[in-house]
Design a protein around this ligand. Structure first.
Ligand SMILES: Cc1ncc(COP(=O)(O)O)c(C=O)c1O
Length: 369
């Protein structure tokens, strides 16, 4: 006898639900505690730029009209900022949507996508949804193994996803290795560089992914306004692609996929250099503090090029995660990524970082200054 599940496509039945970082309100309700801090979803702890808030507030007044489908003002400002042409940009409801837009546009059922794992989970979901085949490549020493990625490429491979710096490790592929990889990727493969954390990179040797797009390589770069620009709740992400690829991706997206408030806020956030610099500086100082505090506690960590830190707690990350949550500190257990001995912690404000270290000490039986 047929059941309701028979109505669902096979590709959908194989999907596992996305587990987002716990929301503060949910934890408040669950544990009956207040004064909770969230260091779980790699958001910007500084709050949005006041200029973005002002622009968003102004835009709300006109929300009776449809948004500008072309994101004209944002397109103009961002093209200038990135020094690309306006037609190289495709906007979406976060980089999240761009990942699904990429697979819908480029991946035929049965084609392969090479994905180093663990990484951002939505690559796998998007490939499966499109009926594609995931070729997982395990990280080596928590580093993306580009040699194995190349070895895994076949005639049937369409996409390679490279998250750089990688989420959840925060590691960046060295310039020499990534340049050599780009030399050797076959022409029928499209490389997706997810640079959601690209603005935080402080390694001066890192090659900007957008340069490959400009050079006409088969590369699409993904970026977002959710991280350093602090607009995760408004949902704006974008792809940088060559004219033809961008054009066709633009035909697949929903017509009004970026709302008017988000567009206005993104333009203002992009223009607020002072806020941007402050966010980068907060992250740099937070990194320094956490490195020092963890070293003093003899707790291992992976040096990061992003706004989060992977910490080696040498124990059950789920248990430590639960204990930290009872103390009002939400982080991400590594078990979500198959890294059971690790916690991923978003770098917070100075106060949040101190509170995290104190809570970690408490649950791991150490003493914090
Ligand atoms: C590597 C990576 N790509 C994409 C995204 C999605 O970002 P957005 O908020 O723009 O959808 C995230 C979010 O955490 C991420 O870590």
């Amino acid at each position: 006898m047929k059941t309701a599940l028979d109505l669902i496509r096979d590709e959908i039945l194989s999907l596992t639900p996305y587990i987002p970082g716990k929301h503060i309100k949910a934890v408040e309700a669950e544990l009956g505690i207040t004064n909770i801090i969230k260091m779980a979803s790699n958001e910007n702890p500084m709050g949005p730029s006041p200029k973005a808030v002002e622009a968003a507030t102004e835009a709300v007044r006109e929300c009776n009209t449809y948004p500008d489908s072309h994101c004209s003002y944002l397109r103009e400002a961002l093209a200038k900022h990135l020094q690309v042409r306006e037609q190289n940009l495709v906007f979406g409801n976060g980089a999240h949507e761009m990942i699904f837009l990429l697979t819908s546009t480029f991946l035929k059922p049965g084609e392969e996508a090479v994905i180093p794992l663990p990484s951002f989970g939505e690559y796998v979901a998007a490939v499966r949804l499109a009926g594609g085949i995931v070729k997982p490549i395990a990280l080596q020493d928590l580093t993306i193994d580009l040699e194995s990625c190349l070895d895994a490429i076949t005639e049937n491979t369409k996409l390679v996803f490279i998250c750089n710096p990688n989420n959840p490790t925060g590691k960046l592929i060295e310039a020499e290795k990534i340049n050599a990889f780009m030399e050797r990727v076959p022409g029928h493969v499209l490389v997706i560089y997810d640079e959601a954390y690209g603005e935080y990179i402080d390694d001066p040797t890192y090659p900007n992914g957008i340069d490959w797009v400009k050079q006409g390589k088969n590369v699409i770069v993904l970026r977002t306004f959710s991280k350093v620009y602090s607009l995760a709740g408004l949902r704006v992400g974008y792809a940088v692609a060559n004219d033809a690829l961008a054009d066709y991706m633009g035909r697949v997206r929903l017509v009004f996929n970026v709302n008017a408030i988000a567009q206005a806020a993104a333009v203002a956030a992009l223009g607020d250099k002072e806020y941007f610099n402050m966010s980068i500086e907060n992250n740099r100082q937070g990194k320094e503090y956490l490195y020092k505090a963890l070293s003093e506690l003899e707790i291992g960590y992976i040096p990061t090029q992003a706004n989060f830190l992977l910490i080696n707690i040498l124990g059950d990350s789920n248990q430590i995660f639960q204990e930290l949550m009872k103390l009002g500190v939400i982080v991400r257990p590594g078990s979500v990524f198959g890294l059971n001995n690790y916690l991923r912690v978003t770098i917070g404000t100075p106060e949040q970082n101190i509170r995290f270290i104190q809570a970690l000490c408490q649950v791991m039986g150490g003493v914090a200054d």
